[in-house]
Design a protein around this ligand. Sequence first.
Ligand code: TXA
Ligand code: MG
Length: 328
Amino acid sequence: MQSDKVINTVITSSVKKAAGFIRNGQLVGFPTETVYGLGANVYNEKAVRMIFRVKKRPADNPLIVHISDISQVAHLAKHISKSAETIIERFFPGPITIVLKKNEIISNFVSAGLDTIAVRMPDPEITQKFISMCDVPVAAPSANISGSPSPTTWRHVFNDLNGKISCILKGPKCSLGIESTVVDCTSDDPVVLRPGSISLDDLQELFPQKKIRIHSDPDKVRSPGVKYKHYSPDAKVMLIDSYEEIEGIIKFIKTEKIGFIGTTKIKGISIQQTVSSVEEYARQLFGFLRRCDHSGIKIIFCEKVEEKGIGLALMNRLQKAAEGEQDI
Ligand code: TXA
Ligand code: MG
């Protein structure tokens, strides 16, 4: 079993070489504009099952299928709804995933037994070339082991999966840094299952006649990943309104054990990330959480942001980290 024995992980900048591994039924870590993915040939059930083993991902959490050409949607989905067509036309390629009724030829392992399929077309040229050279759509969750934040650089993938997967396609740092917006398009009324870079306002503007909402019925989890632990570092994450809130307290804590991410630059805290925009905050967050764990940080203070635009998705990830939840 690939996950049990140590294998040689090839690190390459060659899209052609990386795609060869997918065609041979192996797993490849690859860059996207959101986070790095852990890819397999969607039609190769053995390779798809390997993703779950390697990541230690619960079998009831479905995968997103990545495409390089819009015509591939028709192979994966039974029916393309009007709402899906509208989103595809406006936002593909981009950081958004649509959920559609699944075509039966797609393995139930990909969809974790659901009758739906999640589809996304990443934007970067390197990702499009890679998927296109795989000759097949690529099923891929985020390329992290359960318990660590999503990877936003190839080094994060290496740290989690070296020796466990066949290849890492070395690309740039992810330009957005948090995962795609997931939208249920199985009906003509789109419902947001996971907030992301494409904001509620962006979707509302696209569908002026409809009321865009976030799915929030805990008894009827439509995006299974949402019920699992998410995005958590080992340290305790605490959300604060501003640095002033903790200024008094940190004098009494050993400052070398504290991490801080926010807009203020603070004297005396060694691990800190000063950000100048919500976009930069999103881009840096997961890498910062990993850096804190690496340095043995015990408490990470994270400044809250306004829950609008990408701020909604960022707060969603921050709250999950603060609840001690882990990524899957
Ligand atoms: O930006 C992203 O979406 C990244 C990159 C690699 O594309 N991928 C990613 O995958 O974040 P993952 O597996 O970590 O998260 C996928 C989310 C999970 O919450 C999962 O439950 C949901 O999408 N999902 C997948 N298929 C679904 C389906 N058929 N119905 C509802 N939710 C689905
Ligand atoms: Mg994930």
